[in-house]
Design a protein around this ligand. Structure first.
Ligand code: CAA
Length: 283
């Protein structure tokens, strides 16, 4: 059973990026968010990214209009009725994701695959209260979604082989590479990447170097495309903190304890690019 229509829940950075990639690959997308403002912002971002592709000659205006016409936005969960797959991309909080997933399960058919784009929560735990845990799976995209090639595919204890196969087929349609990860905190990429970012924050809070120089050091000295503090700002400091807390709680190992400065910035509402300020300032 191929996937032609995808519901995406959450119109933040990840949800809008996933919608763009799906619509560009020819899928019909229903993008759902309870906030009309988030949907307006997602529509503007989508338009801006597609216009950039037009200016580079990758799309013409007619193709841009076609892609845009494939994305239907809604604040109403009933828009998910009839979709082949739902990708939940809500904020990284267990209680919130559970609520969203239970509302999704109330709308979709029993053939629909339900996936979470969680970056660190347990797929088995998210699946447990759902009526069809065998059709639930983790599909972890990376930011910026249109640029990053990888999807981590994470099977929970009950995920069926058929669900896994349908997700691999979708990834091929989206022209993304997949790696399979066991259901453990942080999966593969964040288990390795986020402790490195946390260490960079420790280096910064100890006054060893400025934020600018820490980033320059890692770009010029280890060939990373973006320094770790700038990357934290791109990911969102609230998300970085949530991943560290999942690693810390999940492995019960102090090596994953979040840097106090990270907690303080999140408490202050300085979440990185999305709020205009994190380790660096953004206009
Ligand atoms: N959406 C769509 N396209 C984007 C984009 C966005 N948000 N940001 C950049 N791009 C595209 C640009 O259009 C440009 O495309 P062309 O080459 O075709 O012109 C290309 O990416 C390069 O962009 P820029 O020239 O503006 O800037 P850059 O060379 O500095 O690249 C970057 C920007 C792609 C973000 C690069 O810095 C990078 O790869 N950084 C690392 C990103 C990364 O590690 N992401 C993973 C984060 S971890 C995660 O997501 C998992 C999690 O759970 C937290």
């Amino acid at each position: 059973m191929s996937i032609a229509t995808v519901g995406v829940v959450g119109a933040g950075t990840m949800g809008s990026g996933i919608s763009q990639v799906c619509a560009s690959a020819g899928l019909s997308v229903r993008l759902l968010d309870i906030s009309p403002q988030m949907l307006e912002k997602a529509a503007a971002t989508l338009d801006r990214h597609l216009e950039r592709q037009v200016s580079k000659g990758m799309l013409d205006q007619a193709q841009k209009r076609q892609v845009l016409s494939r994305v239907q936005m809604s604040t109403d969960y009933t828009c998910l009725q009839g979709v082949d797959m739902v990708i939940e991309a809500a904020t990284e909080q267990l209680a919130l994701k559970r609520e969203v997933l239970s509302r999704v399960a109330g709308e979709v058919s029993e053939h629909c695959v339900i996936a979470s784009n969680t970056s660190s929560l347990s797929i088995t735990e998210l699946a447990a209260p759902l009526p069809n845990p065998e059709r639930f799976i983790g599909v972890h995209f990376f930011n910026p979604v249109p640029v990053m090639q990888l999807i981590e595919v994470v099977r929970g204890l009950r995920t069926a082989d058929a669900t896994y196969a349908r997700v691999l087929a979708l990834a091929a349609q989206l022209n993304k590479a997949c790696i399979s990860s066991a259901n453990r905190p942080g999966f593969v990429v964040n288990r390795i990447l986020v402790p490195m970012i946390n260490e960079a924050i420790m280096v910064y809070q100890e006054g060893i170097a400025s934020a600018k120089n820490i980033d320059a050091a890692m770009v010029l000295g280890s060939n990373q495309p973006l320094g770790p503090l700038a990357l934290a700002d791109l990911i969102g400091l609230d998300t970085v903190l949530a991943i560290l807390q999942s690693l810390h709680d999940g492995f019960n190992d102090s090596k994953y304890r979040p840097a106090p400065l990270l907690k303080e910035l999140v408490a202050a509402g300085d979440l990185g690019r999305k709020t205009g300020r994190g380790f660096h300032g953004y206009d």
